[in-house]
Design a protein around this ligand. Structure first.
Ligand SMILES: NC(=O)c1ccc[n+]([C@@H]2O[C@H](COP(=O)([O-])OP(=O)(O)OC[C@H]3O[C@@H](n4cnc5c(N)ncnc54)[C@H](O)[C@@H]3O)[C@@H](O)[C@H]2O)c1
Ligand SMILES: O=C(O)[C@H](O)[C@H](O)COP(=O)(O)O
Length: 396
């Protein structure tokens, strides 16, 4: 079996090499011609697999029968065209959700320090309460931070279910305009949905961007097209009274440089770029391809991940809860580094090349859960906050 794999998929040889011959191709270069004699294709989000590509592949008589994307998002795939041509499809739901939550918490902790506010006193609105938003809700709530949730498709689906099973799980869900009115921080974790009753293209449109109260933080780690970037740029340039944290952008990789300059934190679509998250994505697609091909998938995720560079940190007393949180987060992940790299590489290479370069050469990053915190007596009071934030805490 010949398997074409995006060059930015880690552990590709270790996993897919047990199933067939692996050929690595940079994601932006993968097209119909690349996969003419391939049996399987493994991509990430930068490869557009649309109807035209699938039709060209099939017209050429290619043996291609399986396409997997090692990502959560699937808006780069035309799933209907794949089904129409009998090509099996798999994605990697939830694979990097923990990494995105780490990114959100570390970004908010950075803004709290920069703007001198206490995160615990902020109310956070979460739009899209799936794998990412749901985990974010869980961690923020465990940290004692008040949250409001918005997920109309889920409410609709669960309401139908509720008629059969009784009311549960719907409390605390509100509409988007309520979150805009009542929250200090708005976090977008929606997929890009182009049509239908719950379309998300420009979900944050000019009207909603104008309605954000001065002082609000808008964070987008879903998809760039969920926010009207032009309207956001105008609001930031004109009034400059809100803060934007942007990891995803319209027109990646040639993103709006002026918007990137105005954002408090601007990162090149790397919120989910922990090694753990990428390896989970590879492993999920490896299992799906093995299943499709009727082959055994013997590797476990534990076979793939190396030990973390910092495994354990001992905390004594003397730090405030905010200081301790920031310190522990930054040992694992600091979004300021990614913000600086994006600006530096964009100046050096131009935006599109700089953006892609930061992603291709992304430094090693692990997840909060890879760090064990050992709390000495004076720091024991920090345990609930640090556990809630996602660290492993030992109190012996
Ligand atoms: N920045 C990154 O690195 C990164 C990493 C992972 C995922 N993502 C993006 O984040 C998205 C969400 O990831 P996930 O794993 O939570 O997906 P998911 O499918 O588990 O959850 C998405 C949630 O959004 C809800 N939703 C859909 N339309 C909505 C609307 N109009 N308003 C409010 N909620 C709506 C869905 O009902 C669902 O509960 C992905 O589709 C992907 O595009 C980005
Ligand atoms: O959808 C996802 O999983 C994320 O957006 C993912 O981090 C995208 O990374 P890429 O596929 O572009 O490398």
């Amino acid at each position: 079996m010949k398997i074409v794999v995006d060059a930015n998929v880690p552990a590709a040889e270790a996993c897919f090499g047990t199933l067939g011959e692996v050929v690595r191709v940079p994601g932006r270069e993968i097209d119909a011609a690349t996969v003419l004699d391939a049996d399987a294709l493994v991509v990430r989000s930068i490869t557009r697999v649309d109807a035209a590509m699938i039709e060209e592949v099939k017209r050429s008589g290619s043996p291609l029968r399986f396409i997997g994307t090692c990502t959560i998002g699937t808006d780069h795939m035309d799933e209907q065209a794949l089904a129409d041509h009998g090509i099996a499809f798999a994605s990697a739901p939830g694979c990097n959700a923990e990494a995105v939550v780490d990114y959100v918490l570390a970004s908010l902790a950075t803004l709290a320090e920069r703007q001198d506010f206490r995160l615990a006193e902020r109310r956070v609105g979460i739009v899209g309460v799936g794998n990412v938003g749901g985990r974010l809700l869980g961690r923020l709530t465990a940290m004692g931070i008040e949250c409001l949730a918005c997920d109309p498709p889920r409410v609709e689906a669960e309401s139908i279910e509720e008629e059969r099973t009784g009311p549960e799980g719907l409390a605390g869900f509100h509409d988007l305009d309520t979150l805009i009115d009542e929250c200090d921080v708005l976090c977008l974790h929606t997929p890009l949905v182009s049509e239908g009753p719950h379309a998300t293209h420009h979900l944050l449109d000019a009207r909603r961007i104008a309605a954000l109260a001065p002082g609000m933080v808008l964070l987008n780690a879903g998809r760039g097209d969920c926010v009207d970037g032009r309207a956001l740029r105008q609001r930031l340039a004109g009034q400059g009274d809100i803060t934007a944290v942007l990891d995803v952008w319209e027109h990646e990789p040639a993103i709006d440089a002026a918007l990137a300059d105005l954002a408090g934190i601007a990162t090149p679509h790397v919120a989910g770029y922990s090694l753990d998250g990428k390896l989970r994505g590879t492993h999920q697609i490896y299992r799906a391809l093995a299943h499709h091909a009727g082959l055994p998938a013997r590797l476990t995720i534990n076979d793939l991940a190396p030990p973390p560079p910092v495994a354990r940190l001992v905390l004594d007393g003397g730090l405030s809860s905010e200081e301790a949180l920031r310190l522990c987060m930054r040992v694992v992940h600091d979004p300021r580094r990614d913000h600086d790299s994006l600006h530096r590489e964009a100046r050096r290479l131009g935006m599109a090349k700089g953006f892609d370069g930061c992603r291709t050469h992304y430094p090693l990053r692990r997840e909060f859960a890879s760090l064990e915190l050992s709390l000495r007596e004076g720091a024991l009071g920090l345990a609930p906050l640090l556990t809630g934030a996602g660290f492993r805490v030992a109190t012996d």
